[in-house]
Design a protein around this ligand. Structure first.
Ligand SMILES: Nc1ncnc2c1ncn2[C@@H]1O[C@H](COP(=O)(O)OP(=O)(O)O)[C@@H](O)[C@H]1O
Ligand SMILES: [Mg+2]
Length: 350
């Protein structure tokens, strides 16, 4: 079931009359059967967007479609959605089985049918042997799987997840993230996954939407967005270690930092730009510009060097066996891997 948001807007007004545009004219299509990651810093409007899709917040403007159905004004329980939150929200006094069965209570489903559905869901999320336990007897990751099973038991048209991994420790977060991806693939349910964690979004999403102050910055497949950010905000938000950014000038197509030509013969017009180079997009090359290394850190296959270029501290992540000298290294930027952004708007120009 495709989800389409058209000019979706939410304005909150506080007691003093001050307005917050939590979501500002958001227009996106979540393709049927895909997982779209909604990504951005805290307060950028992710949950508000999800709550509007769920029907828990009333939009100030715009429309929401599930397939051809305009659901903008439809009550939450009529939308056919499954919701999963950060804090599991399981009923502590009920068993896992009772928790998963709970959404079926007021439906026209016999107890026998319900038990079969619960088994099916428990099997899907891999907790079949935990059904008689209480939530407190499970790990955080298992509790979140119960919450997912409960969200899916009514066979919703759409699955909405709001930071579902944030309460888990690093190991469980990774494991549960892979599980969610598998469950989503197996069920083919159209899913919106909210997170502030760029690595999480990159690893799990078919398509990502990046928001900042309620405004969409870009929608693209993770690798496309990483390689071709539309603006400086997206470039900086994706990647760890983060992209190196600095002011550079272009003269006759050469991109210059301080005294060094870091990339020659580009199509860029003369001027001053915000320049971005990802740490992994440098390589060692005797024809490159020379840098003095401040620190060198070998991390297995890769070596991280820190250096200074035109007064700006930078990082390069190099293949360890290419780093033969340690004090000075000649670096080049890999072809096509330099990003230029307009200084004022931040929009990409190269
Ligand atoms: N119920 C509310 N009343 C007033 N302001 C709100 C409400 N919910 C969210 N906001 C504001 O809207 C903005 C977006 O919030 P939210 O969608 O929760 O962000 P995110 O989930 O990305 O962290 C924030 O500035 C937040 O303070
Ligand atoms: Mg939130």
């Amino acid at each position: 079931m495709e989800i389409r948001l058209e000019g979706l807007t939410k304005v909150f007004t506080d007691k003093t009359g001050k307005e917050t545009r939590a979501v500002d004219e958001l227009t996106i299509t979540v393709p049927s059967g895909k997982l779209v990651g909604l990504l951005g810093p805290s307060g950028c409007g992710k949950s508000t967007t999800l709550f509007m899709i769920a029907g828990l917040h009333k939009p100030s403007g715009g429309k929401i479609f599930f397939g051809e159905d305009d659901v903008t004004k439809l009550a939450p329980e009529k939308r056919g959605i499954g919701l999963v939150f950060q804090n599991y929200a399981l009923y502590p006094h009920m068993t896992v089985r009772q928790n998963i069965m709970f959404p079926l209570e007021n439906l026209n489903v016999s107890h026998k049918q319900a038990l079969v559905l619960v088994e099916e869901m428990a099997d899907l999320v891999g907790i079949k042997d935990q059904l008689d336990k209480k939530p407190s007897q499970l790990s955080g990751g298992q509790q979140q799987r119960v919450a997912i099973a409960r969200a899916l038991v009514k066979k919703p048209r759409v699955l909405l997840l709001d930071e579902p991994l944030s309460n888990l420790d690093a190991r469980l977060r990774l494991q549960t993230r892979e599980e969610i991806k598998r469950i989503q693939r197996e069920t083919g349910i159209t899913t919106v996954f909210v997170t502030h964690d760029q690595e999480e979004a990159m690893s799990i999403s078919d398509q990502m939407v990046v928001l900042n102050y309620g405004v969409m910055q870009q929608m693209a497949a993770p690798q496309d967005m990483y390689n071709h950010p539309d603006n400086l905000f997206v470039a900086k938000f994706l990647g760890n270690p983060p992209i190196n950014t600095f002011e550079g000038r272009v003269e006759k197509g050469n991109i210059i930092i301080g005294e060094d030509i870091v990339v020659g013969q580009t199509q860029a017009k003369d001027g001053i730009y915000a320049v971005g180079i990802r740490p992994e997009d440098f390589k060692v090359d005797p024809r490159g510009f020379e840098v003095s290394t401040d620190t060198i850190e070998r991390i297995g296959r890769d070596t991280m060097i820190r250096f200074n270029l035109g007064g700006v501290a930078m990082r390069a992540l190099l293949e360890s066996d290419t780093v033969t000298t340690t004090e000075t290294i000649n670096l080049m930027v890999k072809p096509g891997k330099i990003h230029l952004f307009d200084l004022e708007s931040g929009s990409v120009v190269l």
